[in-house]
Design a binder for this molecule. Structure first.
Ligand code: NAD
Ligand code: G6P
Ligand code: MN
Ligand code: MN
Length: 434
């Protein structure tokens, strides 16, 4: 039987996970699920934990739900540790999004300057969790959904000795669902999609439908039918037919922040002027969700959770855990060391790539080269990520200035310094390394 510990258990996403474990109980008998949070999240933990108990009861499975603020108590002999926490709560995210905007830069809380500070706040906590795991559950897999998922994974592989760590994003599952929809894939069709890149900068590199390459068909259909974004947190500015035609690859929606930078910036500014940056919208959605969760008659995952960007999180997380547990050998997209899978990326950096999932972990599948039109941006972002992981450890100001400056959304030393200084001051409570 399986013991799972979820760090950040008070997240509104927890019902996603519960639903996923309930659905898969026959193949993945989770007997204990420990939801761990901190004092600030105690209120949310109680509400969502009680909903989890009602969901499990309704499903009639013998899964025990524990709620605790004591991480070490929870971690003892865990088989899988999942993370979904947010250091500094949504207030910190709001600052990540709004401070850069004051200086004319998109904040982007996962891979922009906002993401850099989210990483600087988060990585020290991840390292503490790993230290606990080394003592209390040295054989556990850590499945980490906490953003910035790719940078956190890079930090773990680069700066700790812990090997059983997998970064996770719901983006790839959404991308495959989008492809199924665009190509009108039916149940008896066979679709195989090879995905590669880094977290929040992935591409559908190779699409095979019933034995035939369907890359061009996908792009042509997107040109004919219009193209749109399924991740709910990203505004939907369509690509032009001319651009799509020649670019030739479906990328994740986050690509818009770079290749439609001016329009995305204007959109972020308009939203901010209305008090509707994404963090502010999410605060409201979350409030409504927790009002729903409190209802003692509710015993399933409510539909309203679909307004969050993390849709299909449970499919990503629970399928991954089940495949590790059952040694399935199926293909899933996760964040792990490249090891040659993407031939024009270094072997020892974390990439987000199609992998075979075995009991010994993800084995990246060779996907060849990233095409020229995509590779520069990915290398630039990866360099920014690596420098950010170094700063997360050292707290070195000069290195932080370089990392901030080379972020593709910043690209100005003077602007970088202004953003950096204000963010260091604003977030200092959560930056033990500085
Ligand atoms: P949230 O603001 O609801 O935070 C979740 C919980 O984490 C809160 O209850 C909070 O109290 C708790 N927390 C904060 N610091 C903690 C700590 N040190 N230890 C334990 N718990 C702590 O966040 P959310 O909107 O539910 O998102 C959770 C995380 O998942 C975020 O990091 C978010 O970026 C990430 N996320 C990732 C993806 C992905 O694709 N990987 C998708 C959506 C969300
Ligand atoms: C996306 C991404 C996540 C991201 C999230 C934001 O789909 O994959 O990594 O952080 O959704 O969603 P939110 O609802 O919090 O804005
Ligand atoms: Mn993600
Ligand atoms: Mn908007």
């Amino acid at each position: 039987s399986v013991k799972i510990v979820t760090i950040g258990g008070g997240s509104s996403y927890t019902p996603e996970l519960i639903e996923g474990f309930i659905k898969r109980y026959d193949e993945l008998p989770v007997r204990e699920l420990w939801l761990v949070d901190i004092e600030e999240g105690k209120h949310k933990l109680e509400i969502v934990g009680n909903l989890a108990k009602r969901m499990v009861k309704k499903a009639g499975i013998p899964m025990k739900i524990y709620m605790t603020l004591d991480r070490q108590e929870a971690l003892k002999d865990a088989d899988f540790v999942t993370t979904q926490f947010r250091v500094g709560q949504l207030d910190a995210r709001e600052k990540d999004e709004l401070i850069p905007l004051k200086y004319g830069v998109i904040g982007q809380e996962t891979n922009g300057p906002g993401g850099m500070f989210k990483a600087l706040r988060t990585i020290p906590v991840i390292f503490d969790i790993i230290k606990d795991c080394e003592k209390l559950c040295p054989n556990a897999w850590i499945i980490s959904f906490t953003n910035p998922s790719g940078i956190n994974a890079e930090a773990v592989f680069r700066h700790t000795g812990w090997k059983k760590f997998i970064g996770l994003c719901n983006g790839p599952v959404n991308m495959i669902k989008d492809i199924e929809h665009i190509l009108n894939v039916q149940d008896n069709d066979e679709l195989d999609v090879k995905i590669g890149g880094i977290n929040h900068m992935i591409y559908a590199l190779d699409i095979t439908l019933n034995g035939e390459n369907a890359n061009r068909k996908l792009i042509d259909t997107m040109i004919d039918q219009g193209n749109s974004e399924s991740l709910k947190n990203i505004v939907d500015i369509p690509w032009s037919k001319e651009f799509l035609n020649s670019y030739g690859y479906l990328g994740i929606g986050y690509l818009r922040y770079y290749l439609q930078k001016q329009q995305m910036l204007e959109h972020c500014q308009e939203d901010a002027a209305k008090g509707q940056c994404r963090a502010q919208v999410v605060k409201k959605v979350e409030k409504e969700l927790f009002e729903k969760y409190k209802d003692e008659n509710l015993d399933v995952k409510p539909k309203e959770l679909e307004q969050r960007g993390g849709a299909y999180y449970s499919d990503a997380a629970c399928n991954l855990i089940s495949s590790l547990y059952n040694d399935k050998g199926d293909i899933q997209v996760v964040d792990t060391l490249n090891k040659g899978a993407i031939s024009n990326m270094p072997d020892d950096v974390v990439v987000e790539v199609s992998c075979k999932i075995t009991k010994d972990g993800p084995v990246p599948i060779p996907v060849g080269e990233l095409p020229l039109q995509t590779v520069g941006l990915i290398h630039q972002l990866k360099a920014f990520e690596i420098l950010t992981t170094n700063v997360a450890l050292s707290g070195n100001y000069d290195d932080a200035l370089v990392a901030m400056t080379i972020n593709p959304l910043v690209q100005s030393e003077i602007t970088a310094k202004k953003i950096l200084d204000e963010m260091l001051e604003t977030h200092k409570k959560y930056l033990p390394q500085f």
